[in-house]
Design a protein around this ligand. Structure first.
Ligand SMILES: [Zn+2]
Length: 464
């Protein structure tokens, strides 16, 4: 059996076969770092994290790339408002993004490339599009010639004629067509700029993702993911400008995560129902929020309520209690068919990452285990260990909703502080500040805290 995924590109559930056997190359659009990310973004980031973790559960090696967009209109605007360089705004919120992600239990991606550090690749990409007639320069701006790409609209199912009618109102008369979009924006006073063969300026948002994805994952890769709101124009434009250059498919599967509403209303700052991830993390444990998100299928809209979160807390407790109990239970004589339960879990998750059904299977499992565990005779050692192992691989490793004793030693404040320290050290390492990163590790060691780096990120534990 294999994993089936709903592909936005084909509007159907398709069997997943990787381009390279046993390997998944996956890209998810990351944050534009002009502010803290909100709980709608968090839903996408958590789900993408679970998809990656589930592929690993199924034995795949996953290369997972999530960009950090650190040059953008909104970042520049905030820098101007605060009277600081936009790079300072970007650095501050990039650090906050890594910190909040760590608090959420989201594993660091294999790479978190930054747009400003991928500039050469973007410029080369744009030059290639100019050279092959897919883009043109006007007064130092570069536009993608949408009409030159025959398959434009294949992801969002929009057609160029309709789009042209809609775009004509605010049309820039310098563009050949109102639907052509910017690959490069000519330098303006007070904005950071980079040198390009056609003049100074900065890249448009869409080209950033294409260049970063292709740099780290190759010209064609397995999965591109992101929020529903990115299908058009962002992902449509990513496909056009990538495939116009390479003449081969960009991503094979396109996965999109549903919206998050608050009390059945769209979340917005003006309605006063806007929550940042860190605001919610201050009120609820990350595991509870993750569990709450995952109880809704990722393609469905999620209605976020505080009552729902409180209920999630109670529900999740059952799995935590069982996990802890199995670690301590003396060996008895009863048995449970753990393998059969695992098959049910896998069948649910293989069906387009159906996390609510996956949890359904785990709660059935927990009920069966509890019945035997608390009956006279208890659970035999083999079943007990297999049950705890399955709970570990699913609720801890795949979903990240159950805490092991080693992580945090039961002290939430200490764990939160350590997640912050780890996030800052991860950022130092990404910027190749090795001396700083070593100082953090050595300083912690003196305090009796050991950091363990692995391909899934950094974990900490109290030293012996
Ligand atoms: Zn993107």
């Amino acid at each position: 059996m294999s994993i089936a995924i709903y592909n936005t590109l084909t509007r159907s559930v398709q069997e997943f076969t990787p381009l390279n056997e046993g390997e998944v190359r996956m890209y998810c659009c990351g944050p534009t770092v002009y502010d803290y990310f909100h709980i709608g973004n968090a839903r996408s980031f958590v789900m993408s994290d679970v998809v990656r973790r589930y592929f690993e559960f199924r034995g795949y090696t996953v290369t997972y790339v999530m960009n950090i967009t650190d040059i953008d209109d909104k970042i520049i605007r905030r820098g101007n408002d605060e009277g600081v360089p936009s790079s300072q705004v970007a650095d501050r919120f990039a650090a906050a993004f890594l910190e909040d992600s760590a608090r959420f239990g989201i594993r660091p991606a294999s790479m978190h490339p930054r747009a400003t550090q991928t500039m050469d690749d973007m410029i080369a990409h744009i030059q290639g599009l100019i050279d092959n007639g897919s883009a043109y320069v006007v007064d130092g701006d570069v536009y993608f010639r949408v009409g030159s790409y025959q398959e434009y609209g294949k992801l969002s199912r929009k057609n160029i004629e309709d789009l042209e009618v809609g775009a004509r109102v605010e049309a820039d008369t310098r563009k050949e067509s109102p639907v052509d979009f910017a690959l490069w924006k000519n330098a303006k006073p007070g904005e950071p700029t980079w040198d390009a063969p056609w003049g100074k300026g900065r890249p448009g948002w869409h080209i950033e993702c294409s260049a970063m994805a292709m740099k780290y994952l190759g010209r064609t890769f397995d999965i591109h993911a992101g929020g529903n709101d990115l299908i058009f124009p962002h992902h449509e434009n990513e496909i056009a400008q990538s495939e116009a250059l390479t003449h081969q498919p960009f991503a094979k599967f396109w996965m999109h995560f549903g919206f998050l509403n608050i009390d059945n209303e769209k979340m917005s700052k003006s309605l006063g129902n806007f929550f940042t991830a860190r605001e919610i993390l201050d009120k609820y444990p990350a595991e509870v929020i993750r569990f709450y998100y995952l109880q809704t299928h990722y393609r469905s809209p999620l209605n976020f309520t505080h009552e729902g979160l409180d209920a999630a807390k109670t529900g999740l407790q059952k799995l935590q209690v069982l996990y802890d109990a199995l670690g301590e239970a003396p060996a008895g004589s009863g048995t449970v068919d753990v393998a059969a339960h695992e098959q049910r879990f896998v069948a649910a998750m293989d069906d387009d990452f159906n996390t609510p059904a996956g949890f359904g299977a785990l709660f059935d499992f927990a009920r069966d285990v509890n019945t035997v565990l608390h009956a006279e005779g208890g659970l035999d050692a083999t079943s007990r260990d297999a049950a705890r192992d399955l709970l570990h691989r699913t609720t801890v490793e795949v979903f990240g909703v159950v805490r092991t004793e080693s992580a945090g030693g039961g002290d939430k404040l200490l764990d939160d502080v350590m997640q912050l320290v780890i996030a800052l050290r991860t950022e130092a390492r990404q910027e190749k500040q090795w001396a700083l990163s070593d100082r953090i590790r050595d300083g912690l060691k003196e305090l009796g805290i050991v950091l363990e780096d692995s391909r899934d990120g950094t974990k900490w534990k109290l030293g012996e």
